[in-house]
Design a protein around this ligand. Sequence first.
Ligand code: GTP
Ligand code: SPV
Ligand code: MN
Length: 658
Amino acid sequence: MELGIGDDKSVEQYPYQQGETPGMAQVEEETEIPFYEVHEIVVPHLGHVPIAKGDFHRLPKKVQKFIAYYCDLLTPRGLYICDGTVKEADEVVHKLLERGTLEPLEKLDNCFICRTDPADVARVESKTWISTKQKHDTEPDCKEGVNTIMAHWRSPEEAKKETSERFPGCMAGRMMYVIPFSMGPIGSPLAKVGVQLTDSNYVLLCMRVMARVSEKVWDALGDNDFVKCVHSMGCPRPWRKKVVNHWPCNPEKILIAHFPEERKVKSYGSGYGGNSLLGKKCFALRIASVIARDEGWMAEHMLIMGLTDPQGREHYLAAAFPSACGKTNLAMIKPGLPGWKVLCVGDDIAWMKFDETGQLFGINPEAGFFGVAPGTNWKTNPNAMHSFQANTVFTNIAKTEDGGYYWEGLEDELPKDTKITTWRGEPFKIGDPIKAAHPNSRFCCPAAQCPIIHPKWEDPKGVPIDALIFGGRRPEGVPLVYESFDWNHGVMVGAQLKSETTAAAEFKGKNIMHDPMAMRPFMGYNFGHYLQHWLNLNKAPNKVPKIFHVNWFRVDKEGKFLWPGFGENVRVLDWICKRVRGEDVAFKSPIGYMPKKGTINLEGLGPIDWDALFDLPREYWQQDCKETQKFLEDQLGKDLPKEILEECKKQTERISKM
Ligand code: GTP
Ligand code: SPV
Ligand code: MN
């Protein structure tokens, strides 16, 4: 039989309906399964799963067992062991173009648009959960009647029930792709290996960009353990539901399940971003945060950048902002001040560890950017624009008649009469009242294409982190920047992080939501234990960095941003670097050290209302402190570290004296 990687013809040979595969429940994942013949895996109870590509017997034994188990359970029509090469990507692209899943962007080099089923456009937080033997390992001891907003727990029994309603037979008639990947430079002491099984070749294309997919991963792995990632679109053949946009998915049954004790992720029903590129949020944050706790390091939702001032002094900063709050933008800003240089190490996730001298080092575990498209233009983020002119997969953006990209934010960079097709395929002209691109449309491009990628971005040791920054979208009350008094206060500042909701998840409307440490959707374990882990890091010989809070999004009475943002944010980073060097540019306020008037360089900016940017409305902060403390007490109950409660009380006290 010819095994095309995307052909739809071989359906009849796979008569099993979902859940009907005979006998599969009798096979345990870790049992020894006999293998013979080079080109077939023989799985008891199923028969032969032909191999379309790759040498199964070359794989580490643990990987062979993992694959064999899931071949048996998921019943794919063939196995495709990926090597991560350009040739492989070209082959997959060709198939996806043929099928209509991808459309070329003729104006660019090797760039494509994918339009998903409009029912599958963002992370689905309500279907994302974590299963551990003990509930308390995942969920804090909330106050009675309160539900946790952080990690959501399922018992092993419930998890088993929910996964076994979905996974058996779910790849019938589809190819199973085996993706070996490294989060972090292959072989770095800070890197970790994962293997993802998926029935989506779009996911394969994006994984190849976002993680390091290569045969070298097998050698780096050897006989060690790896993070097991299983992903299916949940549309076994024959599939009798309507497929929209050549994007088979199963939105009613979406499930993103994490098993940190087994270092495993199982994702079903969605092909979008954080739901399906399992190396990203699922592994590099949820599973990795657990590994980090066990091994004494940190897995955080942070960008990393190197900032060099006109005197040639370089500082490395790591910043945690919730989804769609400006990480990608800040990570690669074009500084609005002459003589400054920004180099990007990572735009979304940081893995950080104190070395034996006590210096914190960080790596970017990813290899690409999965960035928000709307709002990105040659003015706001030219470095991102340069990064996605080639070898990029765009998802849910609009297309111009001449084969270019379009989204909200590019109005001024194209002729007004440009003919555009929206992400839903409708005709569109600039100024029309509908949105051309989905608000969560994304570009997925290699980080190496960023013109300001840091020469050390793949340094196996990482880069030395000098400061940690938290921030969110806070339209009122919160100043442009302040510095925490010390580590414990800084951890409290992170724990009280809030932001307006965004399009990156399924929430509707704009509300201010708590997003502690920018980790609310990405926590892998008990949030109280996580805060304690942070607090515990402040011990000899560790030299903990200073912690700051920024807010680019404060508005005036008309709702206009008070701060120009983007490249001008370097002026705030300049102040932060001064503080890192211990310069006397701050005064003590009730919420932390704030800039002395005039110590942020505003030269050439035009009118800036300093007083409005730094005002601390007393009532607002009284209310905020009360609300924050209640939030933490409700959410964490007995798990609220006493140091954090203490910091809340001290802050309330300081504010009452304002
Ligand atoms: P995720 O990738 O979802 O985690 O988002 P992110 O944190 O990387 O956010 P990103 O940099 O993509 O920015 C999200 C949106 O915020 C975009 O529409 C940006 O144009 C806008 N934005 C980013 N930085 C600024 C800023 O300094 N000021 C203002 N006003 N908007 C900004
Ligand atoms: C986010 O939502 O924070 C993202 C997009 O970066 S996703 O990868 O879908 O999680
Ligand atoms: Mn981003």
